[in-house]
Design a protein around this ligand. Structure first.
Ligand code: ACO
Length: 426
């Protein structure tokens, strides 16, 4: 049996063969790279709903089953048994680190967490109150001016150094972006703190190192807060060829600097159809305001003449529960007593979820809560302001973007991303 597919042009009765490339998991793909040469036509796939843009060994999603794996390991296992740094190491090296490797990785990230003082001054150019996603994207692009030589990297050691550098510095830049947005003095990373704790520290500390009051009026960052945020980072670490990763790969394909590619990914993530949904979810829950008004907004979400959408619902790939959302829902329940989760917001969210999961509109369209539906309530309990929800997504996702960038560079068959069009003009 030939591993190919035959297409017939019914206008001419001509048939064309296309090879099938087998996947190790999930759907196989039809290689249509010769389609134009053979048929004189392009293919049309609005939103790339049926198009694989690359070959990859990093992340696997089964949207029908609600399954997610990084380098073959299930997300549930990574989120419950491993740390975010172990997950970063796994994505970059295709294996979990042993104790020595983890220690070395952790130390290197701590050492590289400082950013050049000149870069800090860049923030002064932005207006007070600038959204942290905008300044974070700009600062990440500006990082390319300090490491311009990374544009030439073409070997494994260079790739790893460049990846570790950006993963180490992103939380510092995100914290600077936040502190600029509220006019607070910048706090530099503390080398004695772990990756995740350090970020909370840079957000919360006063100059001199003391912390403003956090959960339950305490000044110290609690272990449970670090664990919760670390899990959130792990759940966001990669998600195969989503909109922002596709943007990163697209920029990589032109030969631009890796940190500029990451900056483009940050910009793509900001939109509320993508990573910006986590900020929009909480704003929407606050706008709904009380459980009595949930039905009114469900009706609006279902009305074809109303643009209103339930934020945190639906996903291009998951047509079943988003496994990351399931983990966060469990985490919310665990944290309820210790972290003062906002009970009003939780009640509204629970009512929306209950109604939507039993409503024909949502069932027939396979619209389930996604990761963003649950992350906001937890982040709010960690005293993280709404404008920082998407930058937190950025911190978690940077490892995914850079791992995908490296994979792109190593695949010598990859070409510049240059789609065609169906021309309908004059
Ligand atoms: N609320 C109400 N209706 C919805 C929603 C929603 N959140 N999402 C999709 N629909 C409806 C659409 O109106 C459409 O209905 P129709 O067939 O009657 O026209 C149908 O479901 C399919 O929707 P599409 O927009 O075609 O689906 P697509 O796969 O292109 O979009 C997306 C996926 C962008 C995530 C969409 O579900 C959405 O806008 N959700 C809200 C924003 C959100 O939560 N984004 C985060 C995604 S996860 C992430 O990026 C981390």
């Amino acid at each position: 049996m030939k591993n190919s597919i035959t297409m017939t042009d019914n206008r001419t009765d001509k048939s064309y063969d296309f090879d099938i490339l087998n996947a190790t998991r999930g759907p196989s793909v039809v290689d249509i790279s010769t389609f134009y040469a053979k048929t004189g036509m392009f293919t049309y796939d609005n939103g790339f709903t049926s198009t694989a843009s690359c070959k990859s060994e990093i992340t696997f999603i089964d949207g029908e089953k609600g399954e997610l794996r990084y380098r073959g390991i299930e997300i549930e296992e990574l989120a419950t048994k491993h740390t975010y740094l172990e997950t970063c190491y796994l994505l970059l090296n295709s294996k979990l680190p042993n104790k020595t490797e983890l220690k070395e990785f952790d130390l290197e990230l701590r050492h590289r967490s400082l950013v050049h003082e000149n870069l800090r001054h860049l923030f002064a150019a932005f207006p007070a109150g600038a959204h942290p996603m905008a300044t974070l994207s700009a600062a990440t692009a500006a990082l390319s001016t300090f490491y311009y030589d990374h544009i030439e990297i073409a070997n494994e050691d260079g790739y790893q150094e460049m990846a570790r550098r950006i993963i180490a510095k992103i939380p510092t830049l995100a914290a600077f972006a936040f502190r600029h947005s509220i006019g607070a003095p910048f706090i530099h990373p503390d080398i004695d703190r772990s990756y995740t704790e350090n970020f909370l520290y840079m957000i919360r500390a006063y100059p001199g190192g003391k912390m403003h009051r956090g959960v339950n009026g305490e000044h110290k960052i609690k272990e449970i807060e670090i664990k919760a945020l670390d899990t959130i980072f792990t759940l966001h670490a990669d998600h195969e060829q989503n909109a922002s990763t596709t943007t990163v790969r697209g920029v990589a394909s032109t030969g631009a600097h890796p940190y500029v590619a990451i900056s483009s990914g940050i910009s793509a993530l900001w939109g509320r159809a993508h990573g910006g949904a986590n900020e929009s979810v909480i704003k929407q829950l606050e706008m709904i305001g009380s459980v009595d008004r949930v039905n009114e907004f469900i009706a609006r979400a279902k009305d074809p003449n109303d643009d209103f959408r339930l934020m945190g619902f639906g996903h291009r790939v998951y047509k079943n529960f988003d496994p990351r959302a399931k983990i966060l829902k469990g985490l919310q329940d665990q944290l309820k007593d210790e972290l003062n989760l906002d009970s009003n917001l939780m009640e509204i969210a629970q009512k929306i979820e209950k109604i939507a999961l039993n409503d024909e509109y949502f069932i027939s369209r396979k619209l389930y809560p996604n990761i963003d539906f649950y992350s906001g309530v937890i982040l709010t309990a960690l005293q993280i302001p709404k404008s920082m929800f998407t930058p937190i997504f950025v911190i978690g996702r940077t490892v995914g973007w850079i791992t995908q960038w490296i994979e792109f560079k190593k695949d010598k068959s990859m070409k510049i991303a240059r789609p065609r069009q169906l021309y309908l003009g004059k």
